[in-house]
Design a protein around this ligand. Structure first.
Ligand code: ZN
Length: 76
């Protein structure tokens, strides 16, 4: 009888570990997917929100227009 309880516990732990592994695997997939088209970013100069595909990149920052990229980060 004691052996049966140990066996049941082992199976339960195995199932729990398997489920956890599967769940974390799915989360990784979501994180790995590239930014979706239309994701909103904010201009580092004026703070306006625009789709990432339309944003200008200057260094690490994103801007809404060439002019704001030239002007650099605004005071916020
Ligand atoms: Zn701007």
């Amino acid at each position: 009888m004691g052996k049966l309880i140990v066996l049941v516990l082992l199976v339960a732990v195995a199932v729990w570990l398997l489920r956890r592994a599967l769940r974390s695997g799915q989360r990784d997939d979501i994180e790995r997917t590239p930014p979706v088209h239309g994701e909103l970013v904010s201009c580092a100069h004026c703070g306006v929100h625009l789709p990432r595909s339309e944003a200008r990149t200057a260094g690490e920052r994103l801007y809404c227009s060439e002019e704001h990229a030239r002007l650099g980060p605004g005071r916020r």
